[in-house]
Write a protein of this length. Structure first.
Length: 144
């Protein structure tokens, strides 16, 4: 496969990885914001619960609020897992982007080396032709 085709393929691969990374980072941002909202809500609920307990609650009211706080705690734990997974996915995709970028850079270097090799070959060929013409002129000049 030609280097140019490989470079094009690697550039597409890197771009696809970058698009996926942007999507994952967006999902991470949304998940982090959701977690933060839940934590703020839980703190406010806990503060309100303590104030209401001091004001006097029935046993049924305490049990109901306790169930609600436990559900909120469970939602926070789930949100933390989602954030943790999104971070893992982001780190993994970021590694893929870096690797794709490195591969593309390697191909750029190979393409530069190939172009230099071809240019040197052409220069040697041209120099050989110049030498041949000069030799013919020299021989032609001696013969006269």
């Amino acid at each position: 496969m030609k280097i140019a085709a490989l470079k094009h393929y690697r550039a597409q691969l890197e771009e696809a990885c970058r698009v996926e990374l942007a999507d994952i980072e967006h999902r991470l941002h949304v998940a982090t914001e959701g977690l933060h909202r839940l934590e703020v809500e839980a703190e406010a609920e806990a503060q309100q619960f303590m104030a209401d307990v001091r004001g006097g609650l029935t046993t049924n009211e305490v049990e109901g609020r306790h169930v609600a706080l436990n559900a909120l705690t469970e939602a926070i734990q789930q949100a933390r897992l989602v954030v943790q997974e999104a971070r893992r996915m982001r780190d993994e995709k970021l590694s893929e982007v870096v690797e794709a970028s490195r591969e593309k850079k390697k191909l750029d270097i190979l393409a530069q080396r190939e172009a230099l090799r071809l240019r040197r070959r052409q220069e040697r060929r041209e120099q050989g032709e110049f030498d041949e013409v000069a030799g013919r002129r020299f021989i032609a000049g001696r013969d006269h």
